[in-house]
Design a protein around this ligand. Structure first.
Ligand code: EPZ
Length: 420
């Protein structure tokens, strides 16, 4: 990984052809944490080659797991986990490392991790995680930027009512509850597909988890878990990103390895923008119109609402629409850092708190831009594909966290894009 590499894009090329969508980053990460709970070897198929996945592998190896990768299969043997600390630099590499806390505490009974760094999306508190784990009997002592956690024996099942359907908190509670004594009931749990993927894997390993729908999950603790073989679900945000790339270039793409059921709130937005979208089993065909129409309003919401991770790429698409689109970012404090960079490309966007108003323009003009975060990077690539002339996107370490060889995939369907 070259932190100073950049993408050079010559815009204006219509994207046409077929693409495979890689496995979901936000499923692979909690699944890797879950392998820690297993007395034996697990095999995760369709594991994407992402820097966040590599960071998780480094944490697993640090804790004593044997991990090896063959192509898209990651094998994790957690038989001899013998450590319970995650050192600072490993925690800082990836904020979502917090999801290891529940798994380490459940497996070892003790955990020492540093406070996960903030992140470009504004403060990323973990109060919901800590409150729930304390309810399950984990004593958490915060000092000098470290969380020193200890359980008296096993964690205890408890009724946990989340004040917000936090994805990470739901995952942490699941990972802590599967080996706890007694039953844990989570109400107002996150309902993202990545949660169901984690539940499926854990049940394959011998856990007893029931999703009763409407955000309630009941976990009956068991003595131990064995390993299992599991295939990571497709990445719904990567799929959405490819859809925006086709849309802004007037192109058409056939995406393979897509789960249309996970795009329930996304597909209608592309149809409102004038795209033709056809889904069949695990494929999605998208054809762009000559000129994109605006999207009246995009409100990001917890699943099954419109995903916050798709806000930036979809906004990039609407900058070229024949009218005004409005975005309301309800999930993260400050998830509009890509707006300033889109303005450099000639977009017309005004931000007022959680609301962004996008006035479509006839064309964007290439420029040098700086990726502010992972999905902002994707938005700048999408905009660069449509901008006239050359666009240079810096800060690819953000992009590589969540997209596997994006420039190679886009080149394969006609984009003029290269990493230097
Ligand atoms: C997960 O983050 C995803 N990351 C995010 O994807 C995604 O945007 C987010 O869920 C929402 O879908 C992974 O799965 C690794 P949350 P997470 O806990 O778990 C607040 C990407 O681009 N909150 O649902 O951190 C929090 O500040 C990334 O792939 C608390 O206040 O999301 C935020 O405003 C970005 N206290 C909101 O809830 C807490 O204890 C949603 O957070 C926890 C969260």
């Amino acid at each position: 990984m070259f932190a100073v590499s950049k993408l050079v894009i010559e815009g204006g090329r219509k994207l046409q052809g077929e693409l495979f969508v890689h496995g979901a980053k936000n499923s692979a990460l909690p699944l890797l944490a879950a392998t820690l709970l297993c007395n034996g070897e697990s095999e995760l198929h369709n594991c994407p080659g992402l820097s966040d996945v590599e960071a998780s592998v480094r944490i697993l190896r640090h804790l004593g797991c044997r991990v090896n990768r063959q192509e898209d299969v990651l094998c994790v043997d957690a038989s001899s986990v013998d450590r319970c600390d995650i050192p600072d630099q490993l925690m800082r590499e990836m904020r979502s490392s917090i999801v290891f806390l529940g798994a380490i505490a459940a497996r070892i009974g003790h955990a020492k991790i540093s406070f996960p760094g903030g992140c470009e999306l504004g403060p990323r508190p973990i109060d919901l995680h800590l409150k729930a784990l304390r309810q399950m009997g984990l004593h958490i002592h915060e000092h000098h930027g470290y969380l020193d956690c200890k359980a008296d024996g096993k964690l205890k099942g408890a009724p946990v009512a989340l004040s917000f359907p936090s994805v990470g908190a739901t995952e942490n509670i699941l990972l802590a509850a599967v080996l706890a004594e007694g039953t844990t009931t989570i109400t107002n749990a996150a309902r993202e597909p990545e949660i169901s993927d984690l539940v499926d894997f854990l049940n394959k390993c011998g856990a007893r988890i029931v999703e009763t729908g409407e955000g309630t999950i009941v976990i009956s603790g068991v003595e131990s878990l064995h390993g299992a073989v599991h295939t990571v679900i497709p990445d719904r945000i990567a799929a959405t990103t490819y859809m925006t790339a086709a849309s802004v270039t007037g192109g058409n793409l056939l995406l393979h390895s897509v789960e249309p059921a996970h795009l329930g709130q996304v597909v209608p937005m592309f149809e409102e923008a004038g795209c033709m979208v056809r889904c069949r089993e695990n494929e999605l065909l998208i054809q762009a119109p000559q000129r994109l129409r605006p999207i009246k309003i995009v409100r990001t919401m917890p699943y099954p609402g419109f995903p916050t991770d798709a806000q930036a790429p979809v906004m990039a698409m609407t900058t070229l629409a024949s009218g005004t689109s409005v975005f309301v970012e309800n999930i993260f404090e400050s998830r509009y850092k890509h707006v300033g960079e889109l303005l450099r490309l000639g977009a017309n966007i005004k931000v007022e708190g959680r609301v962004a108003v996008v006035e479509g323009v006839d064309h964007l003009s290439g420029a040098e831009v700086e990726a502010p975060d992972l999905r902002g990077a994707a938005a700048l690539v999408t905009a660069g594909l449509a901008a006239e002339g050359i666009t240079q996107v810096n800060g690819l370490h953000h992009l590589d966290r969540g997209y596997e060889r994006l420039e190679k995939s886009l080149t394969a369907v006609g984009a003029a894009i290269k990493r230097i």
